[in-house]
Write a protein that binds this ligand. Sequence first.
Ligand code: XMP
Length: 514
Amino acid sequence: MNREKIIVIDFGGQYNQLVARRVRECSVYCEIYSYKTDISAIRAMNPKGIILTGGPNSCYEDGAPTCSRELFEMGIPVLGLCYGAQLMMHVLGGHVCKAPVREYGKIEVTVDRTSKLFSDVSEKTICWMSHNDYIEKTAPGFRTVAWTDNCPAAAMECAEKQLYAIQFHPEVLHTVEGTKMLSNFVYNVCGCSGDWKMDAFVEQSIRAIREKVGDGRVLCALSGGVDSSVAAVLLSKAVGKQLTCVFVDHGLLRKNEGDEVEAVFGPTGDYDLNFIRVNAQERYYKKLAGAEEPEKKRKIIGEEFIRVFEEEAKKIGRVDFLVQGTIYPDVVESGLGGESAVIKSHHNVGGLPEHVDFKEIIEPLRDLFKDEVRKVGLELGIPEYLVFRQPFPGPGLGVRIIGEVTAEKVRIVQDADAIFREEIATAGYDRKINQYFAALTNMRSVGVMGDERTYDYAVALRAVSTVDFMTAEAVEIPWEVLQKVMSRVINEVKGVNRVVYDLTSKPPGTIEME
Ligand code: XMP
């Protein structure tokens, strides 16, 4: 597809994903690449513009991430942000050094509105600053177009060469008019037309899938999660009954989840596809019996999934294409994209069977961010409760039951979790908390209920707020809500006599229990 694009070059800043996201919010497609990417590769991508991100280093130190002068001489507009701005000045002959006064937080910046970057931006505007170094002297040919009391060069430009540099972070929402500034860059400077729209995306994808698949047969592992559901519906709209979805119920799903997925995708659901539900609960519980160690459990669950899936694929016979719900952050986190890459062993990428004989993998959501996947889901008419589902790990309740998994423990955690989710929704917090669930500790303790001694399990409630799921904080849930959940769990869920609220942040904890 010949779509116009902006390239974000990543210098390890915490906001690199945000930069790309904001650009895409301006209806311009955007991809992130490491600063190590070859200049010829960048040129070959033919971007309309390039944005250099922030980063934790000082550009004048030995070994700091850098870029070549050539990057600024290709005739392609470049916008440097924070570290990217300093680097641009450093490489082009300006001077960057430790700032006499470090700036951090929301700061009023004065901008020169004659700059294309700041057209329609207020002359005095609040921006998010976070820097220890500053630009003491701009590079030759640049003029200063924004400043603060402590930062005489908060933005600069060399308009004839289409080079722009901003010391603050327009991508962060604290910069009140930041999106306007980025939009000015992509439209006024780079001359983009804005061809990245969701309905167009759906249409284009369907056309491209049809062309690729022809009369081939397509297999999809459906988990009921947002990504695989959206991928499956997109495929079903494109190739209908040529698609078979296999949904493995491993007995570690949330309460009623298996039936909910079947109601949407099964024979009585809304879509014209072949749906196979494999009830593998017993098989999983048998395999998991005696396994207490988290990594061992994860391995068993993952391997068994592949085995079940392969068996089903064999029954179907010919499979030409395999569909995966890979999304853009998966690609980046797997080390294929950006610089601040973190590889997670539990990732979806590459998690499918090797022995199924197929021609090619189809990843229709590979270029999208999560919120964009949700928009596509809504565009495709998938029910909201599925589209806005909270993240749920592949190993399911297997990593929310500490120690050995048994059918009985699954029942306890399913029931407690259903109550917790219901009460959170009733209190109106369901869209405000990024992830929340009940887990089963492996701890039993003495209690008293109706004059009887009990020796039962403790359920842990967990609720976190997080932006990227790499770090997280426990959410302050009102006491009344917690108390209501506690009292309902103890009264309604047999085998529980204690409820605790998990206050741990990540790090040092993780979001899941194991
Ligand atoms: P942790 O527990 O590592 O989780 O802090 C971070 C996010 O990833 C989800 N998670 C998983 N997702 N397969 C997945 O698809 C997994 O094995 C897995 N383990 C954790 C977790 O729910 C949270 O959103």
